[in-house]
Design a protein around this ligand. Structure first.
Ligand SMILES: [Zn+2]
Length: 392
């Protein structure tokens, strides 16, 4: 910890003399009016620099006290927590610098939080040029609504309302990723499975505030859209009974941010390198996929309503026996649009909706045994005459 400090005179920039050995050259040494603070205990630190360029002295921060004695009063556990947070954030910083070598990445902490047990690690501020600023969070612990609200407000106040504010969660962290299966979708004609998650209250809060929630796995970012179960309202001329009942259930999307009342969030993958090339971290590929999902949704509704009208024409309500539909063959690949991967209804008819034509009564099939004899006029004659006729 002796090479880490918060610079209160530079918006809470975290100085790391191991990664930036030359940084201390431009900084005032000594106590410097208390501008350097310890991250673990919040105490004022002293910057010690080499006396000359030839000196082998390693620059460091030291707690004020007796010469030669430097001990942080924070507990070992707290120091380890602080170090773990910084390690996580610095790993993200290094990952971004591989994608954006020209960017300026700085870890920043509200100086008031130095020495306390913060819930949210220091933010990573990425600058490209004068106006392109993105603030990235990488939470590790559970988030309390008050801490989230404070951080959201702080970022808006410090960097402006339009600042890109991303909260990146670990895809493999069960605290922040409640997996809820998959949903099959066809955004571009081919069926693919998107992971589904149940968002935490904090993640809903972040999305509602207009910031971006996402999950990080390796070099891929997973961006969410909202999934809202729905049931088509019956329109004149439609019949959703019998085998059409399960086709009535569908879902609708909310994007680019999931709406507050979404039942689940589907996740669209977006390559991190492609993300880094866009101004403001705009996830163009993911946004295009979400727009395609909305178009597919409209097409899906048109298709299903057409089938419901056909069903109504073929099956007048008074002559449509439900039990016949249950024995009809399931609809095969004629349904071109996506449906929820795991419908809750237990009946097979709900999982694989039945063809509207299934309401037609079954054909009268002939008996398997007792082949019908061919009709002949001779069969009408008395039996003895028939024998006489067949003799040569
Ligand atoms: Zn300390």
């Amino acid at each position: 910890m002796s090479q880490l400090a918060v610079d209160t005179a530079d918006d809470g920039r975290i100085l790391d003399l191991r990664r930036e050995p030359g940084a201390c050259a431009g900084l005032p040494q000594g106590r410097a009016d208390g501008r350097y603070r310890c991250l673990a205990c919040g105490g004022r630190l002293v910057l010690q620099r080499p006396a000359s360029p030839a000196s082998r002295f390693t620059p460091r921060f030291r707690h004020g006290g007796a010469p030669g004695v430097d001990q942080c009063p924070a507990s070992a556990q707290h120091q380890a927590d602080v170090q773990a947070d910084l390690t996580t954030m610095l790993a993200l910083c290094d990952q971004l610098l591989r994608v954006l070598p020209e960017a300026c990445c700085r870890l920043r902490l509200d100086p008031e939080l130095a020495g306390g047990r913060w819930e949210i690690p220091p933010a990573l501020v990425v600058r490209r040029g004068e106006s392109d600023v993105a603030v990235l969070e990488r939470p590790r612990r559970l988030l309390a609504p008050a801490a989230v609200a404070r951080r959201l407000l702080q970022v808006r106040t410090q960097y402006g309302d339009a600042t890109v504010h991303w909260w990146l969660f670990d895809r493999d962290d069960p605290l922040h990723c409640d997996v809820a299966g998959t949903v099959n979708v066809q955004p571009h004609g081919t069926t693919i499975a998107h992971p589904k998650v149940r968002p935490t209250p904090a993640q809903r809060q972040i999305a509602a505030a207009g910031a971006t929630v996402c999950w990080l796995i390796s070099d891929t970012v997973l961006l969410p859209y909202g999934g809202h179960p729905r049931s088509y309202a019956r329109q004149p001329g439609e019949d959703w009974s019998g085998g059409m009942a399960s086709w009535r259930r569908d879902w609708t999307i909310s994007h680019p941010h999931p709406a507050d009342r979404a039942a689940w969030w589907g996740l669209v993958p977006q390559a991190l390198p492609a993300l880094g090339r866009q101004p403001g971290f705009r996830p163009v590929a993911a946004l295009n996929t979400m727009a395609a999902l909305e178009r597919a949704e409209h097409g899906r509704e048109r298709h299903r309503r057409r089938r419901a009208r056909e069903h109504a024409q073929r099956c007048p309500p008074q002559t449509a026996p439900v039990q016949l539909a249950a024995t009809a063959p399931p609809l095969s690949g004629s349904e071109p649009l996506e449906a929820p991967a795991a419908p809750k209804a237990a009946s097979p008819a709900a999982v694989a909706p039945l063809s509207p034509s299934s309401c037609e009564p079954p054909r009268q099939t002939p008996p398997l045994h007792g082949r019908r004899r061919r009709f002949t006029w001779a069969s009408l004659l008395p039996r003895r005459w028939r024998r006489r006729q067949t003799r040569p």
